[in-house]
Design a protein. Sequence first.
Length: 725
Amino acid sequence: MGSYAGELGVANHYDPPSLLRALVLGGQSNLDRFHDRVACPTNAVTYERLATLTQRDIPTLHALTPHRFAPILMAPGYEARTLDLSDGTRLDLLPTERTGLVPLRSDRACQYCPFCVAELPQHRLIWTPTLVSACVRHECLLVLGCHACGRTTAAQAIVVGHCGWCGADLRDAPTTSVAGDDDGLTAQRIIQAWFGDGSTPDWARPLVPDQPPNVLYRVIDGLQHHLQGGRRPNVTRGGTGWTYTRRGFIASYVPALLRDESLSMTPYRSYHMTSAVVKSLRAWPAGFHTFLDAYRERDDARDAPGHDNYNYVLLDLAGLYGLWMRTHWNHPAFAFVHEAFEGYVTARLSFSQKVKRSVLYHNGLLRAEKFVYIGIGEAAKIIGTNPEMVIRLLDAGVLARHDTEDKPKYGSVSRVEAKSLGAVWASAPSRPQVMARLGTGPHIVEDLADAGLLAVVNKPGGKGKQHWAFDPVSVEVCHKRFSDNVTRLDTEAGVIRDDLITILDVAHIIQAVDMRAIAALVRVVEGTLAAYHPVGGEVHLADLLFVRGDIEAWVAAVKDEQGWVNQEEARAIIGVVPKTFVFWMRQKLIAPVASRDRENARYFDRAEIEGFWDTYVTARDAAAIVGVHVHQLLKWTRQGVFEGICVSGRSLDNAYAYLFDRMKLIRWREGHMTQRELVTALGVTRFTVHNWEKAGRFARIPELGPAPWYARSATLIAPTNVAPA
Ligand SMILES: [Zn+2]
Ligand SMILES: [Zn+2]
């Protein structure tokens, strides 16, 4: 508007052009505490006089002033100042210094595009906002002040095209091209669109959070404000009121500014800063988090004592957060910034006592449930145990140890993991709970305990196994060991192998070598047997799948290793007909190794089979040992002489073949003597033996006959007691 009024002045040959100013404002100083300004009038009287002079209506004139920026510059939650005209029209006015900050350059210290001025000597309203620093049409930085004398350029000077101080042609001002700088030009195009028609252009919507432009403007302004060191430079006075306490921050976040030695808010500085800040809105909140990272790495923070200290981090962020949130961004419209900030902190620090004591938490700016990671104490509370138990869980790898910036002594725990474990541990794990957790039956749970894969902490006497209580860590460790060792199979996606068998099938196969399902499970945990599990959900032992070939190879290996033979091999070694072999098996004279299930037993210990004839003898061999004819032996057997020595035979169990216990038979033989043997042992004649027997000194054994047999005790007759024949 300043330009417009000046333009009118030139066109109407007022001399000097500023005479119009005097005409419009004349006598008004008494009407209001504030001097009104032609460039940005706030009084109805000013508008009315302008309307009369220019023959334009008041809304048209209003649109030519920076007041048209009011909606974008108005912070959410503020009532706009308005100008009520006599015809009832209500026009927005810019906020005052007291109701909001007015980041506009003064019409006495303008910036301009020399190319635009060359095309049309007018001061463009879009050059007024501080955040505007480039001409997006000519892709160059705006020029601030006179290139020849360095003094400020008033809007009127732009209209006449010459410096008001030295007369230099402003169209000759050298420019800095930004052609090809996408980040910077994109930022300028977005911001200038907001100041233009007040909305985010469609092409720019994916680049910024989905929020109203006045809210986004506030965020950009606040971030830039912070880049500048916390104090707003006095740009309205053409300004260099620029504090520069965060040099390191600016250097790390806006590296281009390293080249700028000036400390004033030049278009160059504004351009790069705006470019960097608008970039921090991208991929929200990732860009913002990058900004916060840079903020925390700035020189003055990094050099601060205790920078690595957790408390310092919280305090430092509290300072930053408090400044923005509680002063400029406290309206609900800024909730998305709060969330992004909270997301930043809660993803990097674990929730602990320190957080609970922090200002941020105290003020409700951080919510406990938003923390991704938690400390040991908090984890213990969630799981329903004590911190020592949590440390054990971490050491055992049941809970993963996470690194967070606060670097707690024992590490940090994922809140989600702690919660799911807490759900599992709703009470101390009993046997049914362990069964549910592992997805298996009671016998397997007992076997796992016997195998040392589960620790039973409480075995109440007399109450039975259903009252066992398990060490929860061991349950989780056990579950984790299975989870870590099974391969997930996407059966839904068609990964179906027809050679897969269940744990029940496995149990059936390995029974043959005297093993049960637990043996397969132990091998899974040891990583020596491949197991598969459908994808999705927790690993359940009952759902484990195995490759049939693996199991068969394993059984064969066990058989070889143990020196086991199958039934046919065993029968061949003993050398009997199958019927006899089976009969002896049934009589438990031959025991397969898989003693638990004889019906399915198929393997025999080779050494045991080969030693069969060391243990037992046939009737023929038994007769040889006793020294009688086999018919005699069998007769005695039928008479019961070899009770306990004959283990099988027709008279005993209706077997086809007789079988004797070799050792027992030998011992029997040693306890009995033929008459010849007795004569030799006593060293007397056969006649003397006959006489002594007649005298009743000893007796022959009546069951044994017809040849006389004596007990070995017959030899114990003391010579002194022997009467002469
Ligand atoms: Zn231009
Ligand atoms: Zn000059």
